[in-house]
Design a protein. Structure first.
Length: 276
């Protein structure tokens, strides 16, 4: 089994940046990856600007061994630019995908039946909907269990794979789960992570920094973190100090950190272990 790739997330939409809607994708993707022993390496928010989207996708598609989920902007209204930006970033044409358009047409037929009206494939609304099946050449489809209108996947030149799904969580999340379970399952568990931390009362980060640096130097692959708080409702002013990294490497680093803190006479509170 090869080592896992870098997992990334792009969330698209002016409504997120303006605060009109609150992003829910970030926390959910972290949850979906963690449940499979994987972790998110980065996330980026972008508005509905085609030039900026194209530049961002050019950078992402050029990455080596990355798996990126891009949520939003794949519809057929004037403020949806993700399909066009993906094609431009890849230097490919946007072309009608017969399977994708058949799925769009089937959805339109279902909507007509539900309304009790005849389906007219030549109606301007239905012709416009077919634009959701116009995709970058070579794109592969991602099934959408909610309404059948597919997302799509594009491969970059250096090993990156970008999966494009709608912005609606009710559609995007099961589609992302399908991608993970169908094409990323050979990496499951490979990034199992652990955090082990302790609450410190009255400690100073500056005084702890040399110890933190020593732990990281002596335990490659493990990172030390310090999270100060000034108004915690239970612990008041304190520092949460701990180590995090691959589950197999954390225990030794934690023992060294804990012993050093005890030797310094630090006032220690509750410990916490988080497995991801």
């Amino acid at each position: 089994m090869s080592s896992p790739p870098e997992f990334g997330l792009l969330v698209i939409g002016d409504e997120i940046l303006s605060g009109k809607r609150t992003d829910k994708h970030f926390s959910k993707i972290v949850e979906l990856l963690a449940a499979r022993g994987l972790e998110l390496a980065w996330a980026q928010y972008l508005g509905d600007d085609r030039a900026r989207l194209t530049a961002a996708l050019e950078r992402v598609l050029a990455l080596p061994r990355a798996v990126v989920f891009c949520c939003g902007g794949i519809g057929a209204t004037p403020d949806d630019h993700t399909r066009q930006a993906a094609a431009a970033a890849l230097g490919r044409a946007l072309v009608p995908n017969e399977e994708a358009q058949a799925l769009v047409r089937a959805h339109a037929e279902r909507m007509a039946r539900e309304r009790g009206v005849p389906f007219d494939p030549a109606h301007p609304d239905n012709l416009q909907r077919l634009q959701m099946g116009v995709l970058p050449a070579g794109a592969r489809l991602i099934p959408n269990p909610y309404n059948g209108i597919a997302g799509f996947t594009c491969d970059g030149p250096n090993g990156a794979v970008v999966h494009f799904v709608p912005g609606f969580p009710v559609m995007a999340w099961p589609m992302i789960e399908w991608v993970l379970d169908s094409s990323c399952n050979h990496w499951f568990g490979a990034q199992a992570q652990r955090e082990h931390s302790v609450v410190l009362y009255g400690a100073m980060e500056a005084a702890l920094t040399p110890l933190m640096e020593r732990i990281e130097a002596e335990h490659p692959g493990v990172r030390v973190f310090s999270l100060p708080s000034v108004d915690h409702p239970v612990h008041g002013r304190h520092i949460e100090l701990g180590v995090k990294g691959p589950a197999a490497l954390v225990p030794a680093a934690w023992r060294q950190l804990h012993d050093a803190l005890r030797g310094r006479g630090e006032k220690m509170g509750p410990e916490q272990v988080r497995d991801r």
